[in-house]
Design a protein. Sequence first.
Length: 255
Amino acid sequence: MPYYRQKEVIEYLSSELTKMDGIRALYLKGSLAYESDDEYSDVDFYCLVEENKFEEILEVRLDLLSKFKPIVYKSYVNFGDPQIVVIYDNDLHLDFYLKKELSAAEKGKIKVLYDKDNILETYQSKEEDINKINIANYLNGVIYTYHELNIAIKRNDYLWAHRLQSHILADLSLILDNEFEKDKSYCHMKGLLNKVPNELHDELLEVLKKSKIDNFYESTELLVQLTEKIIQRQSLDTLNKVDRTYLDFIKKNHF
């Protein structure tokens, strides 16, 4: 259920947009659609528009958003469909999308707000499946990244070392999120600490706490240990595709 700030903007946009000609459907995606939102969640608001009215709605969208509350940040994005990203003066983040039609490649659950001609009834939620990406490829990539991380630390290149540690954590998080929240593996890291078992939770936190200039070797050693535990959780088929040779080498010679 949306919290007050989110509910307020959803009700405003739904009320205003359904008064306009050419609006076919309104729906939410993201955490609000999954009902995993909290008071800090952003709003992913989608508006499906008839083609002959699309440019007209495009022209008035910023004015519509501005009338809700003062906007302190805005940017225009277009990854196939025009989108405005806004942040209001109450710190609410809204992503407002305009679409002419549903894409066959569209992923994730939706929450229908308005569906004039019942066109959303045919929508089939497609979830990102990391197994199609191949977990073994991710783990092999993580193992290789430890080589780059080791060199960065030896060079005292701490900014790059920090970035590489973050890259490793992101890939490991994707694998863990696939195990503990398969519906949303495309949103890895968000809320992950609340999903994993206590022992993994504590190890992830410890890595983050130790990620400082004077603790890079220690934090990397903990990260290697975490990697090993995640490898051990995988299926035999995945294990057979993971090359542990370099991981064993760096454990013995570096961390």
